[in-house]
Design a protein around this ligand. Structure first.
Ligand code: RIB
Ligand code: CA
Length: 359
């Protein structure tokens, strides 16, 4: 049998399902999503913080709770940062649940410690801007919060997961049958080689979130929850340049002041700087699915120790070794102009007046 070139495979994968490339998706019926926001949070300039800004200013999303997971930073740092962030955003009313401090199996090695991310760190957290928050995390842990919330609202809760999938996998393991009660799961993770722009960013084939916890990613992708995957293939269509950054910080709000202070110097130092907007795409696609183009693929994750550890693999059919993989919607293209205009318009909205108890 002749092997397909990557380009031919991409075309074949795109041909069998979903709208043709560039063809817009049907506008969805307007709906309000009740979401759990699962994040390896880090203060601006981290993409998780930008993604949360977008979510907080989107009336289509009702955030039931924020769950933290070790990834970009340690669990202590990520949790400290999101608590402070919510004070800056005047959203002290939103509960935060601290989650997994380590992946299910993956032990940090020299490569993990020196390449990117501090999920393995046990250093005490450094104070976020303005100091540590007065707001505290809830006593309940993230995994229990996910289980309880989904159990109490079967078919009504969407999980938005923009970090390693440790919390979600632990919830699924703890509560058999939970997967059938989750309405939908939108994941930022993976890089799918069969589609264009499918290289990894942590290793040649593996994307960071999946690489940090490949075993969790495999459990979650195989769970049967209806999944929309937002992999690096689509993130790479969303490059924030200085010109767009200037438009973002032209407004004067608490968010844009924070962005100017924490991200502005990096653009000043390097005017050619380009930053991919990973987690923001996952949020935006939930708000408006017509912003992205998807195709249906079976996607699985390599958990074998070795050169491909943590790599996502997608294909139009089950292949040997991937028995048990599920089909899901995989994003591979983006209406960049419409996305970035929506992102800037929402992030620069004034923070709405709220009752004192919620600020
Ligand atoms: O690979 C990109 C992902 O890794 C994003 O979620 C980013 O926040 C990091 O966690
Ligand atoms: Ca993230």
């Amino acid at each position: 049998m002749r092997r397909m070139t990557p380009a031919a495979a991409a075309v074949a994968a795109l041909a069998f399902a979903g709208p043709a490339p560039g063809e817009p998706r049907e506008p969805p019926a307007p709906q309000r999503h009740r979401i759990i926001f699962d994040t390896d949070f880090g203060m601006i300039p981290q993409d998780d913080a930008y993604a949360l800004m977008l979510a907080l200013h989107s009336p289509e999303l009702e955030i039931l709770g924020i769950t933290t997971v070790a990834g970009n930073w340690s669990i202590e740092q990520g949790t400290a940062d999101v608590l402070r962030f919510l004070e800056i955003a005047e959203r002290r009313d939103l509960p935060v649940y601290a989650g997994a401090d380590m992946p299910l199996v993956h032990e940090p090695d020299e490569y993990a410690r020196t390449t990117y991310g501090s999920w393995w760190s046990d250093a005490p957290p450094t104070p976020p801007p303005g100091g540590f928050a007065e707001k505290k995390a809830e006593a309940l842990g993230a995994v229990q919060f996910i289980v309880d919330t989904v159990e109490q609202n079967p078919g009504a809760v969407t999980l938005l997961a923009i970090g390693p999938l440790t919390n979600v996998a632990m919830a699924l393991r703890q509560a058999p049958g939970l997967a059938a009660k989750v309405k939908r799961l939108v994941i930022m993770g993976g890089a799918v080689a069969v589609l264009p722009d499918g290289a990894g960013n942590m290793t040649p084939a593996a994307e960071f979130n999946f690489w940090v916890d490949p075993e969790a990613a495999r459990i979650v992708l195989r769970s049967g929850i209806p999944i929309e995957l937002s992999p690096l293939n689509v993130s790479r269509k969303a490059a924030m340049t200085r010109a767009w950054f200037e438009k973002l910080v032209a407004a004067d709000t608490p968010f844009t002041r924070l962005i100017r202070e924490l991200d502005g110097p990096r653009y000043a130092e390097d005017p050619e700087r380009v930053v991919f907007m990973y987690d923001q795409i996952a949020v935006a696609s939930l708000i408006d699915p017509t912003l992205v183009t998807t195709t249906e693929l079976y996607v699985d994750v390599d958990t074998n120790p070795g050169v491909s550890y943590g790599a996502a693999l997608g294909f139009d059919r089950i292949w040997p070794g991937a028995e048990g993989a599920r089909k899901m919607a995989v994003q591979y293209d983006l209406d960049w102009e419409r996305f970035i205009r929506m992102f800037i318009e929402r992030v620069t909205r004034p923070i709405p007046a709220r009752p004192a108890s919620q600020r």
